[in-house]
Design a binder for this molecule. Sequence first.
Ligand code: GRF
Length: 210
Amino acid sequence: MTEPLALGVLVSGSGSNLQAFLDAIAQTRLNANCKVVVSNRPDVHALARAERALVPTQVIDHKRFKSREEFDAELVHTLRAHGVEWVALAGFMRVLTPTFLDAFADRVVNIHPSLLPAFPGVDAQAQAWEYGVRVTGCTVHFVDIGVDSGPIILQKTVPVGALDTKEDLRQRILEQEHVAFVEALELIAQGRIARQPGSRRIAVTEPGKG
Ligand code: GRF
């Protein structure tokens, strides 16, 4: 049995992806220890979810800081103080700077509600619906300095029905996000994500061969 993943989770809102991690950890489907949940916004539901699971929480309001770098430095300080080694962005609505990404180099993962590289940025589900695609989905990827541009770990597809509303689509994608994000974190916990220097391609190794 490998060591549990020392996970920090950054949130800004409802926290349903966070809930998926907490449930998977409780059910031993995910070998991780959620060390702290940090929100840039006070009073969001994600904080209540963490508290219910007895996970430490912290609010770091980005509006208190003069620059993105100062905000990011405070995030790094807090995550390190809680012994975090890997960071999951679970509905975290801030763009991170190198101050943060260099501190957790190649250890920050995000979920995006489209099949990247299609529909990066905000409201990807509505972008896909309005474009009229027949298949969309979600992507778990490493975070780099671009917006939704880092190397892809895994993707799940979601078909778009002719009668689907934007809200139907958003809901079905969210259900797949919960599956995909837990699966990706468990692959990381098992040491099965192999990155090749100089390439964005990621190999997933067989269990026990990482
Ligand atoms: C998800 O759709 C995620 O892909 C996007 O924000 C939403 C967060 O949902 N970045 P939740 O806070 O995990 O419920």
